[in-house]
Write a protein that binds this ligand. Sequence first.
Ligand code: PNS
Length: 163
Amino acid sequence: MARIAVCPGSFDPITYGHLDIITRAAKVFDEIYVVVLNNSSKKPLFSVEERIDLIEKVTRHIPNVKFDSFQGLLVDYAESVNANAIIRGLRAVSDFEYEMQITSMNRVLNDKIETFFIMTNNQYSFLSSSIVKEVAKYEGKISELVPVEVEEALVKKFNENQK
Ligand code: PNS
């Protein structure tokens, strides 16, 4: 039986921190679905299509990674692709409470799907999409935080938004 996992998130936009988690998960699972979902507490900068396009561009070198989007519950998406695992990255203790909450909720919704956590590399422990957007907005250097395709998309987006 293939080991299929879902790597969910807002990915607004994907960063080197996300890419690190996806790359490492892809070594353990046969197939990884990177899926853009709605986080009702966030207002995204990029459209779902733009986010998927960036994920596609920066993961195309990893053969067992697929990408998708879904409007609905994560566990329903996981079931629809026959995944029995959810992968989340953990950066610091501050992530723990939030992650525990959504993991417990997902388990209540579907206890056949297990959540696995991967600790981010130390070099990315401070990194978040929000921080990247903040720095990019004020034209700070983000080349060490996101792939070049994402950097270009951020520059373009903030230039457009200024018009
Ligand atoms: O990158 P994020 O914003 O931390 O990802 C959070 C996300 C999108 C995975 C989470 O909000 C989610 O699973 N949304 C889909 C709706 C859902 O399944 N909610 C129930 C679990 S709280």
